[in-house]
Unconditional design. Sequence first.
Length: 379
Amino acid sequence: MQDLIAQIFSYINGVIRFRWPGMIAAWVVCLGGWVGVLSLPDVYEASARVYVDTQSALRPLLSGIAVNVDVTQRISFMTRSLLSRPNLEKVARMTDMDLQVKTPEAMEKLLDNLAANININTARGQFLYTIGFSDSDPQLAKRVVQSLLNIFVESTLGAGRKDTDTAQQFLEQQIREYEQRLIAGEERLKDFKRKHVGMMPGQGGGYYSRMEGLSGQLESSRLRMRELEMRREELERQIEGEEPSFGLSQATGPSQRRSRVDADKVADLSPIDQRIQAMLLRKDEMLLQYTEKHPDVMAIERTIQELEKQKLEDLGVDTEAMDQDGAPEPAADNFGMIFGGGGNGNDAVETNPVYQQMRIALGEADAELASVRVRVQDY
C-alpha cells in the first residue's frame, strides 16, 4: 500500500515538473487535428424509410386452396436485387451521374462507389426499411435515394400486380370448377329427391318416422290379409254348406237329372266367372287411383289371366293352342258356349240370390286378398 502511494506521488511530481512541455505538445496535436478535420470534404447523407406490409390481402382468399407466399423473403430478395448492376446503372442514368464518365473503366468505378455508399437496412423487424446514401453533394445524395426509392416501389408494385393477376386467374378458375361441381351436385340432389319423394326430412317426417309409418302399414296389411283369409274360408264353408235350388218346377226323372247335372256344371264354373268379374271391378276401381304399372294393378291382371286360363282348362279348351291361335274368348261367351245359350243354367243360378251373393263376396275377397299379398311383398 505504501509503495502504491509513493508511486502515485512520483507521477504527480513528474507532471508538475514537465507541465509546460506537456502543454506545448498538447497544443501542437490539437492544432494538427483541427487542420486535418478542416481539410476533410463535406459528406452529406440522405435517407428514406419505407414501410412494407407483408400481410397480403389475398392471403385469406387463398387460404386452403393455394400455397402461402412468404412476402418477407420476397422483400429481402428485392432489397438484394436493388443493388444489382442493372438497377445501379438505372440510378446512374436517373441522377445524371453517367454523364461524368467517359470510359467503361470509369463507369465501373462509378458503379462500385455507388454500391459502396448505398446502405439498405431493416429497422423494427422486417416491415420498415431504411435506404441511405452518402456523398459530398447533398442534392446528388437526395436524388440517389429518391431514385432507389422509386425503383423499390415500382418493383414492389409490379410484383404485387403480377401476384394479384395470378391470384385472380387462379380464383376465377377455382370458381368455375366449383360452379361445375355445384351444378353436378344439384343435379344429383334433384335426382335423389325425385327417386325418394316423400322420404326426405320435412316431407312427412324424417327417415325413422317414415320407416315407422311403413312398419305400421305393413302390420295393418298383414292383419287385413289374415282377416281376408278367414273371411274367404268362412265364405267357402258357407258355400259348401249351401244347398242351392236350381229351377222353379218340380221336375222328375231324366229332366230333373239333366237339370241337376246342368246345375252342377254351373256351380263348378260360376265361382271362376264371379271371381273374374270381381277382379275386373277391383281393377277398374284401382285404375282410378293408380296406373297400369302399379304392382297391385299388375297383380290383379295376372290373377285375371290365370283365372281365365283355369276356366278354359275346366271347359276342356286347349290353352296352348289358344295361345298360338289368338286370345281366348271372354268368360261370358265360353259360358254360353258350354250350355248352348245358357238359358236354363242362368235361370237356375238366378233363382238363389243368397248363393250368388256369397259367390260375389268370395270373388271380391279373393281379389282384395291378392292385392293385399302383393302390397305385403312390396313392403
